[in-house]
Ligand binder design. Sequence first.
Ligand code: LLP
Length: 402
Amino acid sequence: MDYIKLKEEFKTPFYLYDFDLIKSRFLELKSAFKARKSQIFYAMKANSNLSLLQMLARLDSGFDCVSIGEVKRALRVGAKPYKIIFSGVGKSEEELEQALKFDILYINLESEEEMLLLESVAKRLELKARISIRVNPNVDAKTHPYISTGLNENKFGVELDVARKMYLYAAKSEFLEPVGVHFHIGSQLLDISPIHEAALIVAKLLRELKALKIELKFFDVGGGLGVGYEGEEEPCLYDYAQGILENLSGLDVTIGLEPGRFLVAQSGMLVCSVLYEKITPKKRFMVVDAAMNDLIRPSLYNAYHEIVLPYTKGELSSCDVVGGICESGDFFAKDRRLAKSKSGDIVLIKEAGAYGFTMSSNYNTRPRICELALENGIIKMVRKREKFEDLIALEEEFLKDS
Ligand code: LLP
């Protein structure tokens, strides 16, 4: 890849994605589950660029959405409503209503109160709401506490006995139709045994419900597959699939998968340039033109992203790679061994395709950067760089005349 040419054409910083890699990861995951009916619902919170979504929709991907805005993104790229599911612990009444009107596949419920609200909305609209319930199996995912969700101390899902009660209620309701069960115990799992443990627990619930004549069609195992940010070994997809499938014998269900990171993390990098090298009595800092507002994972989770300066040669020494935002938390790497750089040198921050752009902000009135994609050997722009005018557009009309 000729990053110098890309920099000349598009300026830095920018995100660069490899759509071909995403495609192959998608097909690899799909094929691991080929022994049974399965449906991938891509968790678009990881990266919701429309061109990326369109490519996945054309591969017959479904979409896991966590806001009505995400549902609208899926519809905008041509996804069929029956390939869209809607999850999240805090859906508003308005969002539930819109989701029902869009006639999406199902809504993942996260509390009894939400179920009753959905029922009343469905009644008002004279519709029957297809539902799934997010069960919290109380399994420790052993991942970063901010992205661990499967323990009873977390805000997500409902305990097994509450789920049981909810299914019994929903099955009797004129306005609710239970079609699925769902769990998601955490993200970035390199050891997938907790997912299998959860699958065993939730499959047991499915059998109990079946005995009560409540037959669910979807067994949704969430996302969570980890990737090797620091070269760690990734879970084997065959083992991942087998560990789930072996719990489902005798059950006629479609397996729902909600991968986010697994599909897109490795496909993306944040390409930026060195502005300055700064030496203090204690440290060497490499100040780059991207910042925590573009990629917040290192600041928020102390996450590791590999950093490469493809054209900078020389002896390696320890330095912090930082952005220009007015906080000490604005860093991409601490004490990383890198060669001494000069202004303008290109810096690649790797494995940034998931939870990179989608978690970006305009902090410090920094316009969000553009996104480029490589597809069939060709680089194309898939989102323009924001301009200052875009940032102030919703505020200007409130200015007082001077
Ligand atoms: N399904 C549900 C219900 C989820 O909450 C999530 C992620 C996924 C699927 C997709 O999980 P994945 O396959 O990507 O692990 N911002 C954090 C990650 C937050 C994940 C939130 N939920 C990060 O940058 O690591």
